[in-house]
Design a protein around this ligand. Structure first.
Ligand code: ADP
Ligand code: MG
Length: 693
């Protein structure tokens, strides 16, 4: 031990026993100083048994022992090869054996001292341990090990978990003594949480499983609380500063809109419309996520909101993730608005420069009321005269950053548009609360009347003929079908055309088959969609461009090739293209799943029809990261918390953060100082909070 005082900022090379080489290896993991070392938490624990003398080991009882390797050999050959070693201490001998790990002959050598743990079995006169956990001991590890939970750290090839453990052990007590808590004792007591000091101590050197759980709970809570606090501060900040046009509804406006719709809204649609219109009437910019399963009728709700904006003399825009979907929306809205005075345009990359210029000029002068386009609208130099509402369809990856970009479209701070984000990929509530903590959420949890459940079947590839025979029968009854093929990068057209050719010459000879993919010119695409909608095409062979939004009620069969290549959310979206009319629909997944996850996904598809339930299942299979694609954007970096497991902590942290912001909207009380510093360090940049507090 040196006499120099050490603190959390002390570099790791000043820890006794850590030389320059070790420090460098630690730096690779970002473990440059003591604080960072302490923040590097074990990702799991192993229970180490108390060490026994070899003579005390019993067959069938897991235990650990140490000794000297006195002999080794490789026996058997090929796949039966095994590595054997003899471990000896003053009391006796233990045989060790590993199958199929011949490389161990180069690692475990006679003369080495080894620690092993496993469950011995009796073999003749001696005990044998097969595949023990082992560790090569330094000469100077004197003490017998007691029973304990050993922390296992993420390391590198140059830095073992043991090395990290040793470094942590050197500094743990003095380091945790310097960690200050951003919560006071009463706050923690009310939540039955340990102090930050205790939490770190228990993570690195737990006395029991109970301690690990307690420590995890505190640290997970902190992570979630920080995130919620950031989100709530940001939201409050925006609400105070930004102004949106007020878009009140009236009986007259509502009556006119209702007359436009060809159907009665479902109860759920009416509820969501009420939620939206009450938002729109206020000068605070709306930020609302509308989630509803595939086919629940989100478009009508969006149309309603846009017409409220137009009725108030403003403009509205609707953005879709693909051109095909933008075209579909445009077609649907055109239908709806036939004979009305609402002026609408479709802006995609397929129009000519002259058309575009004309369109943008009309938009800027207020001669257009509604604009439909792709998400590219965001990045383009599109100017509105008075944009009051933006509807973003089918976009759950639309994060905080993009919405910030949108706000800019409204011009100055006094005319921020209201924003509605619609998604059919239901976001598990847990994720919605975390990632979209600054959004209000409306849920359309009811399908329009008369919908039939979709039957889903899984077929192996060698029985695909059955699927196509089935399509033929349905087509011959006057129904229509989709065939979806996975997209191979750069080969969309080729892949789809090949399937079209195969089917035309085989199972579906004589039926009207057309191709649809993202690379087709817009005119062709629109023509094909129009023909399919009219029924002059029987089978549409497509890539996932039809994933969202396509709405043809007479289509009752969907066959998805290589279904194991798609994610669960995507499969559900695709399946949602059928089951839109009153006919009984079928979805056939052709797949030869190769991983346990794929098997689980297909089974989930087969047995679950509800999108929310599927999303929760997906979440359990895959975890949240991928689902929301938010990891990369740094919006949600959770190391300890696990959204699938920590729902109660999430709720608690959300309520706590909201209360905190109510009491201290600028985090400027003295007792907030530490919290504010830590918050800014973590989220200051990502959420644009640098200007808060
Ligand atoms: P999604 O929520 O998937 O975007 P859509 O808005 O495309 O769903 O609606 C799916 C279909 O249901 C459309 O054909 C639409 O016209 C129809 N629809 C929507 N709402 C109702 C309703 N209340 N009654 C009957 N049909 C409806
Ligand atoms: Mg839709």
């Amino acid at each position: 031990m040196t006499d120099q005082p050490r603190d959390l900022a002390t570099r790791v090379q000043f820890i006794p026993g850590i030389g320059p080489a070790r420090a460098e290896a630690m730096a690779e993991l970002g473990l440059t100083n003591i604080g960072r070392l302490i923040a590097h938490l074990p990702f799991r624990y192993e229970r180490e048994r108390a060490e026994s003398a070899i003579a005390e080991l019993e067959a069938g009882v897991t235990a650990s022992a140490r000794g000297m390797i006195t002999a080794t050999r490789l026996a058997g050959r090929g796949r039966k090869q095994r590595f054997e070693a003899v471990l000896t201490d003053e009391t006796g001998r233990l045989d060790l054996v590993w199958f199929n790990q011949a490389f161990l002959a180069r690692i475990i050598l006679p003369g080495m001292r080894l620690w092993v743990q496993g469950k011995p079995t009796r073999r003749g006169g001696t005990l044998q341990m097969a595949h023990p956990v082992y560790e090569i001991l330094d000469q100077d590890e004197p003490e017998r090990r007691r029973e304990r939970l050993r922390p296992i750290y993420r390391g590198t090839t140059r830095l073992s978990t043991r090395m990290i453990e040793q470094a942590v052990a050197q500094v743990l007590d003095e380091a945790v003594g310097q960690i200050d808590d951003h919560f006071d004792a009463a706050f923690l007591k009310a939540r039955e949480m340990p102090s930050l000091r205790d939490a770190y101590r228990m993570m690195h050197a737990p006395a029991s499983e109970q301690e690990i759980a307690e420590a995890r709970r505190r640290l997970a809570y902190d992570e979630l609380f920080m995130l919620q606090l950031a989100v709530h501060l940001k939201r409050r900040h925006l609400r105070e500063r930004l102004r949106a046009p007020e878009l009140p509804s009236s009986d007259e406006i509502e009556r006119r809109i209702r007359e436009r719709l060809p159907f009665e809204l479902t109860g759920a649609q009416q509820r969501v419309v009420r939620e939206i219109t009450s938002d729109l009437a206020r000068a605070t910019p709306t930020n609302r996520l509308i989630q509803g399963d595939v086919g629940s009728g989100k478009t009508a709700v969006a149309a309603w909101a846009m017409l409220v904006a137009v009725a108030n003399g403003h403009q509205a825009a609707m953005m879709a993730p693909t051109e095909l979907l933008a075209e579909q929306h445009h077609a649907a809205l055109t239908n709806l608005l036939e004979g009305s005075r609402v002026r609408m345009a479709l802006l995609t990359s397929s129009i000519t420069a002259a058309e575009r210029e004309h369109m943008l000029a009309s938009l800027a002068q207020g001669q257009l009321d509604l604009l439909v386009g792709t998400h590219a609208l965001l990045t383009q130099t599109v100017e509105f005269k008075s944009l009051a509402l933006v509807v973003i369809d089918e976009q759950h990856r639309f994060g905080v950053h993009q919405r910030a970009a949108l706000r800019a479209k409204g011009g100055d701070e006094n005319s921020t548009p209201h924003v509605l984000v619609m998604t059919a990929t239901p976001i598990p509530r847990t994720v919605a609360m975390t990632l979209f903590g600054d959004l209000d959420v409306s849920t359309i949890d009811e399908l329009p009347p008369g919908r039939q459940p979709i039957a889903t079947r899984v077929l192996p590839p060698d029985r695909r003929d059955e699927a196509y025979t089935f399509i033929r029968e349905r087509v011959d009854r006057g129904e229509q079908a989709y065939v979806v093929t996975p997209t191979i990068e750069g080969e969309q057209a080729a892949g789809v055309e090949k399937v079209v050719a195969q089917l035309s010459n085989g199972a579906l000879a004589g039926r009207r088959i057309a191709a649809m993919h993202g690379r087709m010119p817009r005119k062709t695409r629109e023509q094909v969609m129009a023909d399919f909608r009219q029924g002059s095409i029987d089978v549409l062979v497509a890539t996932t461009v039809i994933e969202v939004g396509v709405d043809v009620p007479n289509a009752t069969v969907m066959v998805i090739e290589d279904a194991d290549r798609f994610g669960l959310a995507q499969l559900h979206q695709l399946r949602g293209r059928v089951g839109r009319g009153s006919g009984k629909s079928v979805c056939v997944l052709i797949a030869q799943p190769r991983t346990p996850d794929a098997v689980e996904r297909l089974e989930a598809m087969r047995t679950i029809s509800d999108g929310f339930e599927l999303a929760e299942r997906d979440f359990q299979i895959r975890g949240p990261g991928e689902l929301i694609g938010a990891r990369q954007s740094g919006e949600m970096e959770l190391e300890v918390a696990d959204l699938a497991r920590d729902l109660d902590l999430l709720k608690m942290s959300r309520a706590d953060a909201a209360a905190w912001v109510r009491e201290s909207p600028n985090l400027d009380r003295p007792q907030d100082a530490l919290l504010r510093r830590r918050l800014n360090k973590k989220y200051g940049r990502g959420l644009g909070l640098a200007d808060v507090g």
